[in-house]
Design a protein around this ligand. Sequence first.
Ligand SMILES: *[C@@H]1O[C@H](CO)[C@@H](O)[C@H](O)[C@H]1NC(C)=O
Length: 189
Amino acid sequence: MRAAVVRQVGSSPYRLRASLLAAAALLLAAVALPGAAAWTDCSTGPTVFKVSEVELVPTVVKPGDVANFTITAEAAKEVRMGVVQMIVHYAGMPVWTQLDNLCDKTAAGCPVQPGPVQVLYSQLFPAITPPGFYDVTLNGHSITEALFCVKVEFQVVPPGAEQVAEGWAAALKGPAQQQVLSTHRKSLA
Ligand SMILES: *[C@@H]1O[C@H](CO)[C@@H](O)[C@H](O)[C@H]1NC(C)=O
């Protein structure tokens, strides 16, 4: 699957302007590029990690997909331990939250050394995930300091006919699968 760098659409100093820009950018993205994702820095003060890039793979999430978020940042100093809170919003409402050990989520474990660091998140969007607008907030903290906060906005689209067929194929193996296909063929004739 192709990786795409998610655009950053705002930064903290100009909050209102940034959110207006973000709204405009999302609107543009929705018109020009269905399913395109965007990220914003949601930190409210100084952070130990300076985030430069957030990747979402796949860029268009379908129910049943595992979506991978990769945060690329620069650590200002060594970090021995920390936690990351993930909050998933659907249509503006929180629908899922979990707390993870930072050390399980960084590419190189802990301690995080000063310099480049990657935080990796794999999140399953179950088959029953309703299509619509989602955002995922990943908020990292050490015991005393804010590490990073990014909010990724994206769309979950309904599966296409091809994915529906794959779902049937996976669910009904062997003769049952052939039966489904032949019934389908008959209905096309
Ligand atoms: C997402 O990450 C997991 C774990 O690192 C990996 O096994 C999987 O192939 C990745 N999926 C995509 C679509 O890149």
